[in-house]
Ligand binder design. Structure first.
Ligand code: FES
Length: 148
């Protein structure tokens, strides 16, 4: 007796349709978290920086290679402006972990972050230029406060 193919439930079909409607690579890239709290992203602390233009530059540079999000204070204000580059799923599998970068103020720093994300980011590619000099470590409490 031949087996009849199993009927697909509506939930399964819906979830497949939902997955396939996402932009290609939307789930595959790095996440760049840009602090825009009390110290980062304010002209009071960094009057020479156009913080809005920073976000635009990162978003345009990274494009569909990852996602860029702005978040409130990450509790590392001494290092403002703070940007965290979190690995892609592939980068995490390869051992990459979120990299905390401080003093991200100049356009060339933003471009190095963009280049790194487009090259694969933590776990996949080495940070370009002098980006590694801006890396700093945070306590577990602060690290665990990074939005997921
Ligand atoms: S405002 Fe960015 S770490 Fe506090």
């Amino acid at each position: 007796m031949a087996r009849r193919p199993r009927k697909e439930s509506a939930g399964t079909a819906a979830s497949r349709a939902s997955r396939s409607s996402k932009a290609p690579g939307a789930d595959a890239g790095c996440t760049v978290t840009v602090c825009r709290g009390c110290c980062c992203g304010t002209t009071a602390r960094h009057p020479e920086v156009d913080h809005g233009a920073q976000l635009v530059r990162l978003r345009e540079g990274i494009g569909d290679a990852g996602r860029v999000r702005a978040v409130p204070c990450l509790d590392a204000c001494d290092h403002s402006n703070v940007v965290v580059v979190s690995p892609s799923p592939a980068g995490r599998l390869a051992g990459g972990r979120p990299v905390w970068l401080g003093w991200v103020l100049a356009d060339d720093m933003l471009d190095e972050i963009t280049d790194w994300v487009r090259a694969g980011g933590p776990g996949i590619a080495e940070p370009p230029g002098t980006l590694d000099l801006q890396e700093f470590t945070v306590s577990r409490r602060v690290r665990e406060g990074l939005p997921g």
